[in-house]
Every structure is written in C-alpha cells, then in structure tokens.
Design a protein around this ligand. Structure first.
Ligand code: CU
Length: 189
C-alpha cells in the first residue's frame, strides 16, 4: 500500500535518503502531472486485460477520490502516489476500493475480501504502521511488482510471513500486521 498526502512534509526532510535509492531515485521516474499522464500511469498497474476498461481516479488530500476517467468495467486504477518517491500506481476491485476509502478515512474496512494489482511495485514508509510519515528505522519498504489481498479475512490466512519490521518483501507476507489494514503482499516476479 502507499497513500496519504500527509507524507509530503516528511518527504521534504528525507532528501538525502531519497538520493541513495538507486533505481528508485526520485529523478528516474518523473511524476505524472497532467490528467492524461496520470491515466496512462494508472493503467500500468494491472495487466491490459484488466486496466483497459477500468475507471481511473486519483486520491485527494481530504481522503476522497476524483474521477479522471469513467470506465465500463468494475476496476478502478489509481495513479502514482505523489507523496512517495517511488512509482506506485494500483488497480483495485470494488471491495478493495471500499477498503482504500476506509484506510484513507481511518475507519474500519468492510468485512470483504478485496484484490489490488501493483505491477509497478510499491513504496511505503513502514511495514508495520499504516500511517507512518517517515521511513521506519530510517529505511522505507520498497517492493517489486506484487498483488495485494485486503480485508479483515487476512487475519486468518495461514502461510504468510508476519515478521513485520524487517520482513523480506521478496516473499509473500503480511504488511501492517495486527492493524485493521493488514493485507497480503504477494510478489509476482
Ligand atoms: Cu501494494
């Protein structure tokens, strides 16, 4: 996962940190600025068969969503989060959209299983704190292409690493464990 506009401030304090991020360096991947660029970026989060008919919406500072494109399918793609240095668009099924709204508004997620594609990878300040605004132990969690399973049902899913802090993100694991927003992170490459 990767959201929250409130992270912007923390990022400004993390310039030196960002500078050592190698392939994820800030300058390597310019943030999409126009609606057209945001739409193109958002659609790269899922296979074309999924994103082709998807709606595209960006997250607003107040936790709401602004629709950039009306799709004909059930999926919603969200462009790269401007508050994180990495490129982290995602495509969500309807249950996952509800889950994302709950996370953004810090309310309880619905008791449903949701699914999210993040085929460009993800960038999170913390593997354990959903609302962290600075890198955990001085180090962000940077993940490669993955899919996510969200919802309270994740608590009872066996076989996923629950190390939390310091987990190896190259294996299927639980992010933000023991919080209402815990979810499975499943690498796909
Ligand atoms: Cu993710």
């Amino acid at each position: 996962m990767s959201t929250s506009a409130s992270r912007t401030q923390a990022l400004l304090l993390s310039i030196s940190f960002i500078a050592v991020m190698g392939t994820y360096a800030y300058g390597a991947d310019p943030k999409p600025k126009t609606d057209a660029a945001k739409i193109t970026n958002a659609l790269t989060a899922a296979p074309p068969t999924v994103s082709r008919n998807a709606s595209v919406a960006e997250m607003k500072e107040d936790g709401g969503m602004k629709e950039l494109r009306k799709g004909t399918g059930e999926w919603t793609c969200v462009p790269d989060d401007p508050s994180t240095p990495g490129n982290d668009p995602m495509c969500l099924d309807p249950n996952a959209v509800e889950w994302l709204h709950a996370y953004m508004s810090k309310s309880a997620p619905p008791n449903k299983i949701g699914f999210i594609y993040m085929l460009q990878g993800g960038w999170d300040f913390s593997n354990t704190d959903p609302f962290a605004t600075k890198p955990e132990r001085g180090k962000a969690t940077i993940t490669g292409p993955h899919v996510m399973v969200v919802g309270p049902g994740v608590k009872s899913a066996p076989g996923y690493d629950r190390t939390g802090e310091g987990v190896n993100p190259a294996i299927p694991y639980v992010m933000w464990k023991d919080t209402p927003y815990e979810h499975l992170m499943i690498p796909v490459r």
